[in-house]
Design a protein around this ligand. Structure first.
Ligand code: ADP
Ligand code: MG
Length: 591
């Protein structure tokens, strides 16, 4: 075929494909336009998951009648004048492509009125062809109706998922915007009753409950951090509250939802060693940064951004979230009214404001607890990190514990100022070793011991390629390992700490779950290797410890930075509070 220019309809459909992928993309562009227009109310109606109809009505500034034909042209925008403006974009839109794109793959009607005009105006675009503007009665603001999306692009239509899936995408998007703009009223309906509605009173907590449910919202930790030119706010889940995928990790950057950002990695690093492998947190974070520090013009649907000083932003996000997380690093604790032996106590449920199942206590230092509201029922459901940040150290660390003994050759039992602690000796020892090893590793100080006779280990290809790529890291941990033919390695030395373990088993255990992860970061790999080393070394459940060993373990644990979880994210201890014990024994009710 000879080269020729594409017909305008074809070219515009190709361009539209980049912006409008599915009904949710239309909702996104229209909601963003409404917010850019300063709307205080954004009301969305959809039918058949948006295939039949998407209508977005706002009370924003409106579009002057004379500008309507231009608004639906490609590359027509009121938000950008010169190329230099691209580097200080303060609006969500700037490409001037959305309305043109949507209009080329649907039947679109725009009705709008600016405050200065006596009447409104309307324009229709069908498959990219616009009608003349006509005058109509309308309130100030804009209503954009998008009907029969993709009616002229059957191929696109075929790629849409089931209604339920498309609908979920719309819901997810809409709720996130509602959360990002708590000062605006959002309303989503698919007919008569609204499926989501916010009040616009600025209360993010209530919206969070709509997004994740009350139980989850209650557990979410609030993040609030500020540093020269950077501000991070929002919510992150405690390490115990996770999902099996990253879908619930949401980032807004200067009010724009960015689905693909390296900041997700920063967050995961913040959770590092607190999460079990393959688990991801729920997060909704809002980063504010000088617009000149971000390039938002790198993705057609503006779903990606680039930072000018990526490392600084990355480290800021990581530190801010890690701090929030550690400040609330929880000890699982039984709720007061739940009977230890399985039944429910006869205490009135009113005393149990914290919900059923395992509950999560914040901190244990009484001085800190005294600073928190006494009345749990009246307390806001969200825990704010801001206040206790100053006393972080007391929150994170354990109180001094008095050892009582070992039970079942598996748990240590200890008393603290605030009740009883049951400590899993294996998990606790893992944590202790992990922190020691990482400290030695940081000082490049891990002792290695040569094997009398080098051992050849053959691994499955997946594991072998992981090991091959990680030889230098293994070296840092005291393993001297060399390639020895296809998928085979010769182990010449092992860490002293590893004392006499079988090299083949050790090597295999070290790489077991690496293959599943696409691209772990280098320090993640190192921590993971350390985690595995510790798992092998730690005392096992069922191992009798003498009182000195028990005491040493307890002291070591008290000195850990994150004593409450093992390196794989499982709790090291369960706390039975004085309060809970009193209730269990009916003392509380008797007083
Ligand atoms: P962009 O948002 O990138 O400027 P769009 O194609 O989404 O491009 O919109 C084109 C223009 O139409 C906008 O720049 C704005 O001036 C106007 N516009 C679109 N939607 C609205 C709205 N809801 N309220 C007021 N003006 C709007
Ligand atoms: Mg726009």
């Amino acid at each position: 075929m000879p080269i020729r220019l594409l017909a305008p309809e074809v070219a515009s459909q190709i361009a539209a494909g980049e912006v409008v992928e599915r009904p949710a993309s239309v909702v996104k562009e229209l909601v963003e336009n409404a917010l850019d227009a300063g709307a205080k109310s954004v009301s969305v109606t959809i039918q058949e998951a948006g295939r039949r109809l998407i209508e977005v009505a706002d009370d924003g500034s409106g579009i002057p009648a004379a500008e309507l034909p231009l608004a639906v042209e490609r590359h027509a925008t009121s938000k950008l004048a010169a190329a230099a403006d691209l580097f200080r974009i303060a609006t969500l839109g700037f490409r001037g492509e959305a309305l043109a794109s949507i209009g080329s793959v649907s039947r679109m009607t725009i009705t709008s009125r600016v405050a200065a005009a006596a009447a409104g105006a309307r324009i229709r675009v069908e498959g990219g062809i616009a009608t003349k503007v006509e005058a109509v009665g309308a309130p100030v603001g804009t209503v954009i109706r998008v009907e029969d999306l993709f009616y002229n692009v059957p191929a696109r239509l075929k790629f849409l998922k089931q209604d339920m899936t498309e609908r979920r995408a719309i819901d997810g998007l809409f709720t996130r915007y509602a959360l990002a703009y708590p000062g605006a009223r959002f309303r989503l309906t698919d007919g008569a009753t609204p499926t989501l509605q916010t009040s616009g009173d600025g209360d993010r907590r209530a919206i969070l409950a709509a997004l994740y449910g009350v139980d989850v919202a209650k557990q979410m930790l609030e993040v609030l951090a500020e540093e020269e030119g950077l501000k991070l706010t929002g919510y992150i889940s405690p390490a115990a509250l996770t999902r099996s995928n990253r879908r619930e990790m949401t980032f807004f950057i200067n009010g724009r939802w960015v689905s693909d950002t390296p900041l997700t990695q920063a967050l995961l690093q913040a959770y590092h060693t607190l999460l079990m492998v393959g688990r991801y947190p729920l997060t909704t974070l809002f980063l504010e940064i000088d617009p000149e520090e971000v390039d938002v013009n790198v993705h057609p649907a503006k779903a990606e951004v680039r930072f000018r000083s990526q490392e600084r932003v990355f480290s800021f996000v990581q530190r801010a979230t890690r701090r929030a997380l550690l400040a609330y690093s929880p000890v699982p604790s039984l709720p007061p009214t739940q009977n230890l032996w399985g039944g429910t106590s006869s205490q009135p449920p009113a005393t149990n404001s914290q919900g059923a199942g395992l509950d999560w206590m914040i901190g244990h230092d009484t001085s800190v607890e005294a600073g928190l509201p006494k009345d749990e029922l009246a307390a806001p459901p969200m825990q704010t990190v801001e206040a206790p940040l100053t006393s972080r150290a007391t929150l994170i660390n354990l109180p001094l514990l008095r050892l009582i003994g070992q039970i079942g050759a598996t748990y240590l039992i200890a008393e603290g100022p605030d009740g009883l602690y049951l400590i899993d000796q294996h998990a606790a020892h893992e944590r202790v070793l992990f922190e020691k090893l990482m400290a030695q590793h940081e000082q490049k100080n891990i002792a290695s011991q040569a094997l009398l006779t080098p051992v050849v280990v053959t691994l499955p290809p997946g594991s072998a390629s992981v090991i091959s790529s990680q030889l230098p890291v293994l070296g840092k941990f005291g393993f001297e390992v060399e390639p020895f033919g296809p998928n085979a390695f010769q182990v010449r030395a092992m860490p002293v700490l590893f004392g006499g373990a079988d090299p083949a088993t050790a090597l295999r255990a070290l790489v077991e779950d690496f293959e599943e992860d696409e691209a772990p970061l280098q320090n993640e790999i190192e921590a993971r290797i350390a985690g595995r080393v510790c798992k092998r070394l730690a005392v096992k459940a069922g191992q009798v410890l003498n009182p000195d060993e028990q005491r040493a373990l307890l002291t070591d644990l008290e000195n850990c930075d994150s004593p409450r979880t093992c390196p794989h994210g499982r709790p090291t201890m369960i706390h039975l509070s004085v309060d809970m014990l009193e209730r269990q024994f009916g003392r509380r009710g008797a007083r």
